[in-house]
Design a protein around this ligand. Sequence first.
Ligand code: ADP
Length: 640
Amino acid sequence: MTVEATDKTYLADPLDDRRWSRWIPYVAALLATALFVFDTLSPMQFAIAVLYVVVIMMIASTCGRREVIVAAIACVVLTVTSYVVVHGFHFEDSAWVRSMMSLSAIAITTVLALRNLSTVKVAQERARLLDLSHDAIFVHDLSGNITYWNRGAEQLYGWSSDEAAGQQPRELIRTVFPMSHEAIIAEIHQTGRWEGELIQTTRDGRRLTVSSRWALQRDDQDRPLAILETNTDVTEQKRADAELRRSERRYRNIFDAAGVSIWEQDYSGIKKAIDALRRDGVLDARGYLEQRPDEIARLKALVRTMDVNDATVELFGAKDRSELLGPISTVVGADGDAGFVEVIDALFRGETTTSSEAVLHTLAGDNISVLFNMRLASEPEVMNSVLISMTDITERHRFQEALDRANSELAHAARVATLGELTASIAHEVNQPLAAIVTNGEACVRWLSRQEPDLGEIRANLDRIIANGNRAAEVIARLRAMAKKTDPRYEPLSLNEVAEQAAALVDRELGIHGAQLTVDLANPSPEITGDRVQLQQVVLNLLLNAAQAMNGQPRDTRLIALRTIDGQDGPMIEVSDTGPGLPPEIASRIFEPFFTTKANGMGMGLSICRSIAAAHGGELTTVEKSEPGSTFRLILRNRQ
Ligand code: ADP
């Protein structure tokens, strides 16, 4: 509810009755005229002009300084005129004395009225100042009656000053005190002040909470006069405080009851350090920090843990949360640096959330792998409340490691099995250089037994012996590499080399199947990172499958094409054949483990090849082509 603001003073003033006051100047003018007529025409020997003071007082009670002065001059003029009209210019008898008395009375009254007006003006200005306050300010006398009520009070409570004047605030705004009213009055008389919170009700029934300050006003003799009450509406603030407390309680409950580890950390020091790095012209925080382990340690020391939840205490084997508060070095060792750099890099790039993996230490000294998720406070520039949630993925890591090991063992077993299939061609491949060595050796012996041995021929034969020996050794080395059981080793490789070496291993076997292989290599060779043996295993499998698929076809139709391509999606190897192709019902199942259409097949080849491709961040797929036969494509995305 709003109350129309008026320009009047809200000092309780018995004379302040606006309905009548606007008529007073006219009544005063009428009175002055009547006095003039009476003074001039009446035969009475009486100082009637003294009554002009009433006119001046009436004007002073409703008008300003100017009007009072005009009225005073008018009264003087009327008095003098009346005297001259009646007595002429004779100034010695008693009429002259009476007239002078009247003029003196008019002058004194005017001076007093003007002084009074100045005092009232000062009081009005002070009262207007109080009106400027947003607080509700009112005064009640010792019997509790309201004597002053400012505009703020009108606006807050909905009662105008006229309505409030003379009322008891306890009843008008139904004040509820936090203690007995008597105790408050006793305190204010003793100390001169009281402060507290009150519940009050507005005119339209709204309940308000106000912060109230009371001050006791005393007179010159130090006797209590009135109480000045200043009330600030804190209803909205109280509601907001209560809401904030409720949301803090809710947040606290979530924080404490969450099953995942949650940390609250202060990153304000890091914020300054990041700003400094930017000022120094650093553009790539990760690159910068990876070269400077000392700088990582310095930044880590700037982070402080403010709070952790129960799940964190349990996960990190602490006795209570205090053991984990403060510097983060207790749990983040040098092996956690990678995760920490991730965080700094994300902050540097202005991200408000980031997640990554890290290895941390428990207080018992064990290493745990965690997946953490970091979230900045709602105002990212504050950074003194960064929330980090952590999930223990140590078990998941162990499981993944076991799975990788099993995969690699399976791949090895499959390789050995494939080599078993290749026994005949391998034996032939080793046999051939050995036979050549024997033939060349025999020729050498023959040349030496001649009377004049031809040293040139002998050297040429020996060179051939060495070359064939090397060829046999190479075949055996490749076979050993395939048969050896080692962990995958990712290294920079030439894709062409991988394809050629695999082709060399099965070249003869393809020949036995009557298949003709053409190799088409990308120039330059795409560079990749991968495990040489595993990638060769994939190519080898694809080539053997292609050859086997074409068994039974006329020999001249058994063609295999091996290609390396530096494609848009990444480097790739394609193996195509001119076999029967893949009908849809078979195509959809060929990558399933143990799916085979061969009488003595195992059905593991393509499934293992696919997991090798996935371990390289790539994929193995079939490609639909218009030509007859089937095409398999290995895409490797991790270019060097
Ligand atoms: P296996 O060779 O032991 O059967 P694979 O996993 O290597 O196991 O192959 C699964 C099946 O995929 C094969 O039995 C065959 O039916 C089909 N297949 C694989 N390669 C080809 C190909 N080039 N042409 C036609 N079918 C193929």
